[in-house]
Design a protein around this ligand. Structure first.
Ligand code: ADP
Ligand code: MG
Length: 476
């Protein structure tokens, strides 16, 4: 029997506003617990929230870039539930009239494109954090995150497998970082998603019952959670059992999903219009203003890279795949002008390392300054391409400064011809048989001598210099 997978994603994007959605407290990450908490975020009675316009502008940027309907009049609602990290006892969200309505985004899977419809994107406040692992037998509450603006982007159930789900999440990540509305930092939780998964028989007209896997914040875990969940559901259905609609948790250590609670229905939350906030009205002028400040989007960047830097289309696609990658390329291009060398390293070695670790540039330890320096050191002949590869691998692990690594490990390329000549002579003297064979016509042995010099210098000899000197010595 053939089963078909159906997936819908709810992506939570933390908007990079300076202050919270309804208070003047800072949204910056990593401060001492409970130091960025306003009376409003604490949920004290009698205080009134004030909506942050910047959050609306950022949400609208997303809407415009996904060809979505923008609701110029939108409203907030209360979603009531109890949790220790939600002191008010309700979350302010947009239920009836979200700021962004129906839109769409194109994803890329194995070279082919698919359009995924987006149902809506609404603004809501984030909750605080419960800290379970810091105190023995107790839970701490950190409200710094409470009230941080989130844009929740809800997809239609049109995603057909784990690969597409990852591609969709990546497309959203790419777009929100290009639009400068989110820092895209997944390890700090700036983007998280709930993955809704169901399976059905191919011929079935109606969708199967879904499980919702909560709060996943990495590409890898999205993929694994879906694989696990699809297999679990198919196994149950094939045994003749049914799927319970529920909320599940993905445990990355055990690589499994576990039931958290039965799925609550909308009426469990007693949604009602937020009485403390007026509807938010966006004027035509404001909308035009936001439209006029939309930045260059990935596709446009790709075309410009081809035209301005003479790159292959396939290279330009990879370089424009993320804002961080595009920035690495453009920053380094400004410094060294050798665009094709920069492109070669980004598309080759850097991309290979990213794929190996399955991370984005932001999560890597390679900064744009350090990358530009690496290219500079290759093009000014301080290090050879081969050494550069090992320097890059070192930066990848330590994040240390390129020049410091070159200095500390003594990796500077040997260019001094008299030094190279001494080493070459030593190799020639040590291998009389090979010299005779070479002189007797075995041309292929030239590579042997080059290899020996490289070995002797631990790869630091300048290859062109070595070739030149060996030719001179061996052919004399
Ligand atoms: P809730 O907020 O209760 O989770 P929504 O109606 O907002 O419910 O739907 C959430 C997500 O679930 C959407 O992304 C939607 O595409 C997806 N979804 C709905 N039905 C299914 C289904 N049968 N299988 C997979 N995904 C589904
Ligand atoms: Mg949901």
């Amino acid at each position: 029997m053939t089963w078909e997978t159906v997936i819908g994603l709810e992506v939570h994007v933390q908007l990079s506003t300076k202050t919270k959605l309804f208070s003047g407290a800072s949204t910056s990450f990593g401060s001492e617990p409970n130091t960025q908490v306003d009376l409003i975020d604490l949920g004290l009675p009698g205080v009134l929230p004030v909506a942050n316009k910047e959050a609306f502008y950022k949400a609208i940027r997303f809407g415009l870039a996904t060809n979505a309907e923008i609701n110029q009049v939108s409203m907030f609602d209360r979603k009531n539930y109890f949790y220790p990290d939600l002191p008010k006892g309700y979350q302010i969200t947009q239920m009836e009239k979200p700021i962004v309505g129906k839109g769409s985004i194109v994803i890329n899977v194995d070279g082919s494109e698919k359009l995924i419809n987006i149902t809506r994107a609404h603004l809501e406040e984030d909750a605080g954090k419960s800290i379970h692992d810091l105190f023995d037998g107790e839970t701490g509450i950190d409200l710094n995150r409470a009230g941080t603006p989130l844009l929740e982007i809800v997809s239609e159930p049109e995603i057909s497998n784990a690969k597409e789900a990852v591609a969709y999440f990546k497309a959203i990540h790419q777009l929100v970082t290009f639009l400068d509305i989110c820092d895209g930092n997944m390890s700090q939780g700036s983007m998280r998603c709930d993955v809704n998964v169901s399976v059905k028989k191919v011929d079935d007209a109606i969708l199967g019952t879904r499980a919702e896997i909560k709060n996943i914040n990495s590409f890898k875990f999205i993929e694994r959670a879906i694989h696990f969940e699809v297999a679990r559901q198919i196994k149950l259905l094939e045994k003749g059992e049914s799927i319970v609609q529920e909320t599940r948790l993905y445990d990355s250590v055990k690589n499994e999903t576990r039931s958290m609670r039965s799925k609550e229905a909308a009426n469990d939350y007693r949604y009602f219009p937020e009485p403390d906030l007026l509807p938010v009205v966006i004027s035509d002028n404001e909308l035009e203003e936001i439209k006029s400040t939309l930045p260059e989007l990935p596709k446009q960047k790709e075309i410009r890279f081809v035209n301005e830097h003479n790159l292959e289309e396939s290279e330009a696609k990879i370089l424009a795949s993320s804002k961080a990658m595009a920035n690495l390329f453009e920053d380094a291009s400004e410094k060294t002008k050798d665009s094709s060398l920069i492109a070669k390293w980004l598309v080759g070695d850097v991309s290979a390392l990213l794929n190996k670790d399955n991370i984005s540039i932001e999560e890597s330890k390679l900064s744009s300054i350090n990358f530009a320096k690496l290219i500079e050191r290759i093009s000014d002949n301080t290090i050879s391409g081969k050494i550069a590869k090992s320097v890059l691998e070192e930066v990848w692990i330590s994040g240390n400064d390129i020049d410091a690594i070159i200095e500390e490990k003594g990796l500077v390329q040997i260019q001094d011809e008299s030094v190279l000549e001494d080493i070459a002579k030593k190799i020639i003297d040590a291998n009389p048989d090979q010299v005779n064979a070479y002189k007797g016509g075995k041309d292929r042995l030239f590579g042997f001598f080059v290899g020996q010099v490289m070995k002797e210098t631990q790869g630091k000899a300048n290859p062109q210099g070595v070739n030149k000197i060996l030719k001179k010595l061996l052919n004399s």
